[in-house]
Design a protein around this ligand. Structure first.
Ligand code: ZN
Length: 384
């Protein structure tokens, strides 16, 4: 199995989303590789109603079924974020690194998995295993995952090994998310006659001041789950950030609208409805400001993984690279929510992303050695 060649080939398919082209071609390239390592493959076309109306969405499921064994699903995605200003789809190798869009997030995990499955080819696996290769992760794939469920059962109680993860530790938790767009209303008049108007930008600043007080209160909430030292944190911590503000038309007009966008991240011990109420109570406490919720989006929290499988993965990682560690991620995603809350499965992760990999940025890269080590770790994890 030529893992370097496979990754270079995968990177050369421009699967950046939007728009999300070349998915089907990428899956067609993977089918014979997964067959070669002993999997039954199933290419699935996603109906447009499960892909926000988008065409050409596919998934690849690769099975090594053994109904008597515990259920394990590997999660992967082949889409990448767009790239500009560098040769992102023409992979190059330099000093043991492969550069290209998606090298670390997360096409590089796929050859690692293939290396592991190749070595297990003629042996029984420890698990009733399915690999799910998905699309549109970088935009929104929640409904695609829900559609795929019918081909994945049993998912209740199943283990989900998320290959879209960092290298060097076992990921056991993630943050929930609540994003709120608050639209502040005013009344537009000439700047000189501001006494007759209502300034939405200035009113929004009152809300922002109140939110800043809440921010410091929120940031004191720490999880019992540890965060990786690279984050500069010791534990997972709750967040409240105002990340966008839009308002005003012209410098001599009193603005009648101003929108502020709040990004609240929740530690596993919190829940969305309390966090939402806390923000709305804070806003309501500010007198004489008219506002409404213009949009909102939430990813519910999931309890941290509490299962011996995390220790098992940590042990094999330690055998292979001499490092231990189980940490919570300071990010959020659909997969954790769907697996944890909707399917009642158990999610954890390890992949090939490093802090320095510059995922989503210029010159994204993966270490060839990390692909090989992850392959070895997965092999030992699967070997019965
Ligand atoms: Zn990813």
């Amino acid at each position: 199995m030529d893992h370097v060649g496979i990754l270079k080939h995968l990177i050369s398919f421009d699967t950046s989303v939007p728009p999300g082209n070349n998915y089907s071609e990428t899956v067609d390239y993977l089918v014979p590789l997964f067959r070669q390592v002993g999997c039954q493959t199933q290419k699935i076309e996603i109906p447009t109603e499960f892909a926000s109306g988008r065409e050409g969405r596919v998934a690849l499921l690769c099975h090594r079924r053994d109904e008597m064994k515990p259920r394990l699903l590997f999660y992967a995605h082949i889409d990448v974020v767009p790239a500009q200003g560098w040769d992102a789809f023409n992979p190059r190798i330099e000093n043991g690194k492969i550069y290209g869009r998606g090298a670390a997030d997360m096409k590089g995990s796929i050859p690692a998995l293939l290396l592991a499955l190749e070595r297990c080819k003629d042996k029984p696996l420890k698990y009733n295993t399915t690999v799910m290769v998905t699309t549109d992760e970088e935009i929104n794939q929640a409904d695609q995952l829900r559609y795929l469920r019918q081909f994945l059962d049993p998912v209740k109680g199943a283990y989900f090994f998320d290959l879209d993860s960092n290298f060097g530790y076992v990921s056991i938790a993630s943050l929930g998310a609540l994003q709120l767009d608050i639209l502040v209303k005013g009344k537009s008049v000439h700047s000189g006659l501001c006494n007759l108007g209502e300034n939405a930008v200035e009113k929004a600043s009152l809300l922002m001041n109140a939110l800043m007080k809440l921010k410091s209160k929120v940031a004191r909430r720490k999880s019992k789950v540890r965060a990786h030292p690279n984050t500069g944190l010791d534990r997972m911590v709750a967040r409240l950030n105002i990340n966008m503000i839009q308002g005003g038309l012209k410098v001599n007009i009193i603005p009648d609208q101003c929108q502020i966008s709040i990004d609240r991240r929740l530690i596993p011990e919190e829940n969305i409805s309390d966090a939402r109420k806390e923000i709305l109570d804070t806003l309501s406490g500010v007198e004489d400001v008219k506002w409404e919720i213009a949009d909102e989006f939430a990813i519910p929290t999931v309890p941290p993984l509490d299962d011996p499988i995390a220790d098992k993965l940590e042990d094999v990682m330690n055998q292979v690279i001499g490092v231990r560690g189980k940490y919570g991620e300071m990010g959020s995603g659909d997969l954790a929510n769907i697996v944890g809350n909707e399917w009642r499965g158990k999610e954890f992760g390890m992949g090939v992303i490093r802090t320095e990999s510059n995922i989503h940025g210029k010159d994204e890269f993966v270490y060839v050695k990390d692909i090989e080590d992850l392959g070895e770790i997965i092999y030992r994890f699967l070997d019965a």
